[in-house]
Ligand binder design. Structure first.
Ligand code: NAD
Length: 504
């Protein structure tokens, strides 16, 4: 047994690694080899309480830092991240399995939010109305909310936490990050970077764990907000439980993203983008395209083009040189879930055009691989169509018109992302107006908004009102006070008047 397999990944509490001693752990795999490379500590009640107390103390210190001092720390974090992001990419690939360039891609999209946060003074400014009533000024100030908890999924171990923590910290809050237990090391690496950047101890905490840790955060009075990203059933549970405990909550859930292809679209461009958006990160992206809605007569030709491109894809260990196109899935359990959905599609009468089940990668026979899979004529009543698969599976539904495609997208439970491929500006404009989805691409397959807009879906893809990052992120992590002020001047005093204050 390698010494690595006995490594227990600790928490990060009070600006230091906090080794857990009670022995409750979960395995962390290398998905490309199937080996257990470490164990991760699963917090017990005492560790949860310790993390929350430390974060609360950190908040009291950090929230009194001047804007200028906070900005210095955020800039330092950005510089360190930019200089050392290669280390983080390697950690992500080792635990998640995605290819190295894709790991770097997620870091860069997260770094965008750090860069947004360096300009935070502009985004937390209040407002001032002089002489709202005679001699009375009214103004509002934005203050931090306290301890902000983030519960993140396995598929973006760096980017998703970075959707929230740069904004929360810039706004003067302390953060407790509960990363996915499947790939927790990125969080620890980022915690060490914050320390190096000069963030006071307790302001960034990593609490490793499972449901026990999450429930501890959901119910603790010292935790002011929950930012969750993960599957829909858990997102709904988080939303309901956190709300019941009086917290602000934004809970982003699962997805089933459709690409509507109109007959006038360039089918080579469409096939390239369907491949990129369907199979990138082995389909483990909440903005992955999982359904191609082909408006006839293009389906046959498009399927041939996608099939030709699949034949050229290289699947392997994401850390290998030369780099493959696609890595493994996160665990064997998830691999079996994905192949189970392909079984369901087959049983429900769909045509499996390209079958990724049972793929063996030479030298990595125990890795959690599923090959790119293409399914035609998936019945829209099949669970393989209505549910999220979260793997390298692209399904084709043939429709007769734009309206039929839009109606199908709008009838789904999710509303995260969608895309239309066309050269018809009028159709694209109708699409953006009529579609019931939070993020839309026009000839762009994965329309993740830039940091100064906000990320979030509709329907079962987001519970709560606030999207991630952008102006909405700063709104979520601050609370406003409105102040009505008069500096006493006998001439304007007004004397005794028991009526409700009126403006004059
Ligand atoms: P998951 O819901 O299983 O886990 C997410 C987090 O919740 C993890 O930290 C996990 O430890 C915790 N958790 C799991 N079960 C829990 C429970 N019963 N009680 C409390 N906490 C619990 O999701 P995942 O498998 O890690 O991630 C994949 C899912 O995330 C997919 O559904 C994907 O679409 C979704 N996702 C959505 C977005 C988005 O922006 N909408 C982004 C990324 C991922």
């Amino acid at each position: 047994m390698s010494t690595e397999s006995t490594t227990v990944i600790p928490h990060w509490i009070d600006g230091a690694r906090r080794v857990s001693t009670h022995g409750r752990t979960a395995p962390v795999f290398n998905p490309a080899t199937g080996e257990v490379q470490a164990q991760v500590a699963l917090a017990d009640e005492a560790e949860i309480a310790e993390a929350i107390a430390s974060a609360h103390a950190g908040y009291l210190v950090w929230s009194e830092y001047s804007i200028a001092k906070r900005q210095t720390v955020i800039f330092a974090f950005r510089e360190l991240l930019n200089a050392r992001k290669g280390e983080l990419a390697e950690i992500i690939t080792r635990e998640h399995g995605k290819v190295l360039s894709d790991a770097m891609g997620e870091i860069l999209r997260g770094q965008e939010v750090v860069e947004l946060a360096t300009g935070f003074p502009h985004l937390i400014k209040g407002a001032f109305s002089e002489n709202a009533s005679t001699g009375i000024d009214v103004y509002s100030i934005k203050q931090p909310i306290g301890v902000a908890a983030i519960v993140s999924p396995f598929n973006f171990p760096a980017m998703v936490p970075m959707w929230f923590f740069p904004v929360a910290i810039a706004a003067g809050n302390a953060v407790i990050l509960k990363p996915s237990e499947k790939d927790p090391s990125a969080a620890l690496w980022m915690a060490e970077l914050w320390k190096e950047a000069g963030l006071p101890d307790g302001v960034f905490t990593v609490l490793n764990g499972d449901k026990l840790a999450v429930d501890g955060l959901l119910t603790a009075p010292e935790v002011a907000s929950i930012s969750f990203v993960g599957s829909t059933p858990i997102a709904q549970y988080i939303y309901e439980t956190a709300s019941k405990h009086g917290k602000r909550v934004q809970a982003l859930g699962g997805a089933k993203n459709h690409m509507l292809v109109l007959p006038d679209a360039d089918l080579d461009l469409v096939a390239d983008q369907a491949i990129n958006a369907g199979y990138g990160a082995a389909g483990e992206r909440c903005m992955a395209i999982s359904v191609v809605l082909a408006v006839e007569p293009v389906a046959d030709e498009l399927i041939v083009k996608i099939q030709e491109r699949i034949a050229k894809l290289r699947i392997g260990n994401g850390a290998s040189t030369p780099e493959p196109d696609m890595g493994p899935l996160i665990t064997d359990v998830h691999r079996d879930k994905v192949t189970g959905y392909i079984d369901i599609a087959e049983q429900d009468g769909a045509t499996i055009v390209v079958d990724g089940r049972g793929l063996q990668v030479e030298g990595h026979e125990n890795g959690f691989f599923v090959g790119p899979t293409l399914i035609d004529n998936i019945p829209t009543t099949s669970r393989a169509y209505t549910e999220e698969i979260f793997g390298p599976v692209l399904e084709v539904v043939r429709v007769q018109s734009f309206d039929e495609g839009v109606a199908l997208i709008n009838s789904g439970a999710f509303g995260n992302g969608t895309a239309i491929f066309t050269n018809d500006g009028g159709a694209a404009r109708r699409f953006q107006h009529e579609i019931q989805v939070g993020m839309i691409g026009i000839n762009v397959p994965i329309p993740v908004p830039v940091a100064y807009h906000s990320f979030g879906g509709w329907k079962a893809s987001l519970f709560g009102d606030a999207k991630a990052y952008g102006v909405q992120g700063f709104e979520f992590f601050t609370r406003e006070k409105a102040i009505t002020s008069r500096w006493l001047d006998p001439a304007l005093h007004g004397g005794i008047n028991l009526g409700f204050p009126q403006n004059d």
